[in-house]
Ligand binder design. Structure first.
Ligand code: ATP
Ligand code: MG
Length: 504
């Protein structure tokens, strides 16, 4: 996904009712939605909504029933006319367009998939998929060709001549998707497209959508009231409440940096280990050492940072070579050996997008911090046990207070501590080699971060200390605050008025 803006929503407000301008003036005066409704019977559907959608991303609009998701989605192709504000697609303001221009934009750039499929039951799959092209007057041969291609894309090859009534719910929604794709639109608008499906089929369809997105690179704006679905498929999520957007962010941002208590309550109870990735809990690998350095430098770095192991990299691109342990390095120094000779090359490593669920067993079994490396072997970060626990603690599964201390004693017990070096005969400070100089302050394992989870002054950066899983890691401020029951979206029994066949 690049960061080119595909669609931009600026100050969109929608007032339902006969006197929308009254609603706008009262909004400007600061009245609440319920006050406006009481006074004027005008319903505020959307209140000053702003966001951008990037080319090729899946942008999920989510929120509880009645929060304004469908209204917002339908404003994007002007199936609902916004009362105020602008919508730009590829920089063109569609709110200014005349009917002809709007029709062309809908045909060329936008496709829509509805929750209740909106198919023509007595037509074949092929004719349903080709329907939008048919009403555009595209000749039969050409529209069938395009429709067949779309049918294949959604995995329904061979079903062209089936009747809609013969299909399962999941297959019907594939037809809906194929119909939207037949036009080859840049942007797919999907309103609760999978909500009517059984859970397993729904999960399959989510996987299909992700794989389709990989293949066809559409920009997808997907409405959902299901948090798990939003977290699974969304590159970014806009969370709505009462016609306003309360937060826009990646799934990880929504989980780890909720904008307010509403968002916190909304995401309470989510299994973070499924959503968070290695990247989200890794720390900067600092310090690291070049493979060309000698044992002296390694020892100095380990002393300065109060760590007992250090990652070894090669070249500007920080290609991970392995790890060295302080005991081995001291030995190498004594015997005049190189750093590489005591390096452990096959340290455990994971990809940045590995879900925490898979990281947990690896870190549990590992003596060292896990190295996070990209495809070309570059060391991106390291994962220590405590930061995994810290990230999970926010869900309330692990008591926040337990994290640093328990881990500290556990790690100390494993003997992973900087060995006490016996000072040789006393020398003047000038005579001492770097590794003979005492650390600037006493380094005690597990205590090299301040009480607030930040490194103490002079520790060489924020959260960059390698200490073999002993540091407490950043425990988010909200940790432990979400012990309450998850905020569940209420069941929906609606079908959107006018969700029937509408071709865009
Ligand atoms: N045609 C309409 N006339 C009047 N009010 C409307 C109309 N359509 C929507 N609303 C109101 O606008 C608000 C937002 O409705 P919308 O359908 O966009 O919610 P939603 O988030 O899609 O909900 P759901 O999850 O139930 O589909 C609600 O208060 C709704 O009652
Ligand atoms: Mg809706």
């Amino acid at each position: 996904m690049n960061k080119n803006i595909k669609l931009e929503v600026r100050n969109i407000t929608k007032v339902f009712g006969k006197h929308p301008q009254k609603g706008i003036s009262l909004l400007n005066e600061g009245l609440s939605k319920s006050e406006i409704f009481e006074k004027t019977k005008q319903t505020i559907g959307l209140d000053n909504v702003n966001f951008e959608v990037y080319d090729g991303e899946i942008f999920v609009i989510m929120g509880l029933s009645g929060s304004g998701k469908s209204t917002l989605l339908r404003c994007l192709n002007r199936l609902i006319e916004p009362t105020k504000g602008e919508i730009l697609i590829d920089g063109q303001n569609i709110t200014d367009m005349n009917p002809e221009e709007l029709r062309n934009t809908r045909r060329n750039k936008l496709g829509m998939v509805f929750q209740n499929f909106a198919l023509l039951p007595h037509r074949s799959v092929l004719d349903n998929v080709a329907y939008g092209l048919e009403i555009q007057g595209i000749p039969k041969e050409e529209r069938y060709l395009k429709a067949l291609e779309a049918i294949e894309t959604v995995g329904l090859k061979g079903q062209e001549n089936s009747r809609i009534t013969q299909l399962s719910g999941g297959m019907k929604q594939r037809v809906g998707l194929a119909r939207a794709l037949a036009n080859d639109p840049d942007i797919l608008l999907m309103d609760e497209a999978f909500s009517a499906l059984d859970p397993l089929i729904r999960s399959d369809m989510q996987d299909e959508l992700l794989s389709l997105e990989d293949r066809v690179q559409k920009t997808i704006i997907f409405v959902s009231h299901d948090l798990d679905e939003a977290l699974k498929i969304g590159d970014r999520i806009a969370l709505m409440k009462d016609g306003e957007i309360v937060q826009i962010g990646t799934p990880e941002e929504i989980l780890t940096e909720p904008a307010d208590s509403y968002v916190s309550r909304f995401v309470a109870g989510v299994d973070r280990s499924k959503i968070l990735t290695a990247e989200s809990v890794m720390k900067r690998p600092d310090p690291i050492i070049s493979i060309n350095s000698g044992p002296r430098v390694a020892i100095q770095l380990m002393k300065d940072h109060g760590i007992s192991s250090i990652y070894v990299v090669e070249g500007k691109n920080r290609r991970l070579k392995g790890i060295v342990m302080i005991g081995d390095v001291l030995e190498a120094l004594k015997k005049g050996k190189s750093l590489e000779s005591v390096m452990i090359p096959d340290t455990p490593r994971v990809a940045p997008d590995m879900p925490l669920k898979e990281v947990i067993p690896l870190i549990a079994d590992s003596q060292y911090p896990l190295a996070v490396v990209n495809d070309s072997g570059k060391l991106l970060g390291i994962i220590v046990r405590a930061s995994v626990l810290g990230a999970l603690a926010i869900s309330g599964e692990i008591e926040q207070d337990e994290v640093p201390e328990e881990k500290a004693s556990e790690e100390s017990a494993s003997g992973d501590k900087i060995p006490e070096e016996k000072p040789p005969e006393e020398k003047t400070p000038e005579e001492k080699t770097p590794e003979e100089k005492p650390p600037e302050k006493t380094v005690s394992i597990g205590k090299n971060e301040g009480e607030d989870g930040q490194p103490p002054e002079g520790s060489g950066g924020s959260g960059n200390i390698i200490n073999n899983g002993i540091d407490s890691g950043p425990v988010p401020a909200e940790a432990g605050a979400n012990n309450g029951a998850p905020a569940k979206a209420p069941d929906r029994s609606d079908t959107m008025p006018g969700s029937e066949v509408k071709t865009c």
